[in-house]
Design a protein around this ligand. Structure first.
Ligand code: ZN
Length: 374
């Protein structure tokens, strides 16, 4: 017990610790209008007389950024101060649960910070030697993959991140990072250590070994074809397409065009087909979640933009928002909806986000672990 708590109890101040907040409005996803009370960090619908009305509006279960990077910038790892600033930018945009998809620095201290978003880390990226952005990954060879997967599974929060394909200089094009046997063995090792596995994949060639090998999620997925999509549905493999990030593909192609024209052509082809590829996965029933890919080249705090872009691709408003809220929370092991007794993580917006998703850009209140944080 800390000094503050001791004083509160000694002075009979239990009321200060059990201050009840009331929120009023349609609670998503079902949209039933309710009085939602926050008591000791959790949601209750039991009326509490005299509870302070903290906000009125549409109440959205805490947003999720299912693919971002805390502790990373274009050059590599950053300071704890910068990591904190990144986490606060996400939080203030309503992203109260972050799945970190790879970071070279240890950000486990964020778990101890009640004011920062809940964080699920995938450890450090695992990439083939000289085949990823410099300073980001453990750069290793296939015979090292399983032991590194075991190590990152123990260091992370239940996820491991592979770089599944990248440009191979000799080939001058995207090629799979790992041979089939080694990568499928590594996926089994991760599962034995209780971790799920995801992989960055832009092209098609790396996908069959991963999807048939029991991987849990694909990041980007621009190389998906209908046969692979069907296997994803059958095997329950999720997809985080990072659709805002895909708009950077023409820039990648342009930067590489002189030295690697075949790669540039591949990237432009994936870019040209990106909407039909992602929508084919959506229409087939692949579980798709919203991720901004913030932390490399993109800024933090962009979750609303990702939701809007998913809707622009053709997702229904409910599916676009669910991909960044209740569906993603449940996928990552939290309470998806704001049911009685669930953690009080939610965002209040001033107009119906299912009628106008841009409402997410202007949250009027953000509640994390039962406290108003913005
Ligand atoms: Zn990423």
């Amino acid at each position: 017990m800390g000094h503050g708590e001791a004083r509160a109890v000694a002075s009979g101040g239990m009321a200060a610790q059990t201050r009840v907040l009331r929120f009023r409005g349609p609670v998503l996803p079902d949209g039933e209008s309710r009085d939602l009370y926050v008591v000791d960090g959790t949601v209750t619908y039991e009326p509490h007389d005299g509870a302070e009305l903290a906000a009125e509006g549409w109440i959205v279960p805490g947003l999720v950024d299912a693919h971002c990077h805390i502790g990373l910038d274009p050059e590599g790892g950053v300071s704890d101060e910068e990591s904190e600033r990144q986490a606060i930018a996400d939080r203030d945009a309503g992203a109260l649960l972050l799945r970190d998809c790879g970071s070279p620095v240890d950000t486990s201290w964020i778990h101890d910070r009640e004011d920062l978003p809940r964080l699920i880390r995938a450890g450090r990226h695992l990439a083939r030697t000289r085949r990823y952005i410099r300073n980001y990954a453990h750069e290793i060879e296939p015979d090292q993959l399983s032991s590194y997967v075991a190590q990152e599974a123990e260091r992370g929060d239940g996820w491991v991140k592979l770089v599944g394909d990248w440009i191979e200089r000799e080939a001058g094009d995207l090629t799979p990072s790992w041979p089939r046997e080694e990568v499928q063995a590594a996926i089994r090792v991760a599962h034995e250590h209780g971790a799920r596995v995801t992989a960055h994949v832009f092209g098609r060639a790396a996908l069959p070994d991963l999807i048939e090998g029991g991987i849990d999620c694909i990041e980007h997925g621009t190389g998906l074809t209908t046969d692979l999509i069907d296997t994803m549905v059958a095997n329950g493999v999720a997809l985080v397409p990072t659709v805002v990030q895909l708009d950077n593909f023409p820039g990648y192609a342009e930067a590489a065009a002189d030295k690697f024209p075949a790669y540039a052509e591949s990237i432009l082809d994936l870019y040209a087909r990106r909407r039909q590829t992602i929508m084919a996965a959506y229409d087939a029933g692949v579980a798709i979640y919203a991720g901004t890919d913030a932390g490399g080249v993109l800024p933090h705090g962009g979750i609303a933009g990702e939701v809007l872009e998913l809707a622009d691709y053709g997702f229904s408003p409910t599916d676009a928002l669910g991909a960044a809220s209740w569906h993603a929370r449940a996928w990552l092991g939290l309470d998806g909806t704001l049911a009685e007794g669930s953690p009080a993580d939610f965002v209040v917006v001033g107009r119906d986000p299912l009628k106008d998703l841009s409402a997410l850009r202007e949250p009027t209140r953000i509640v994390l672990r039962g406290k108003v944080v913005a």
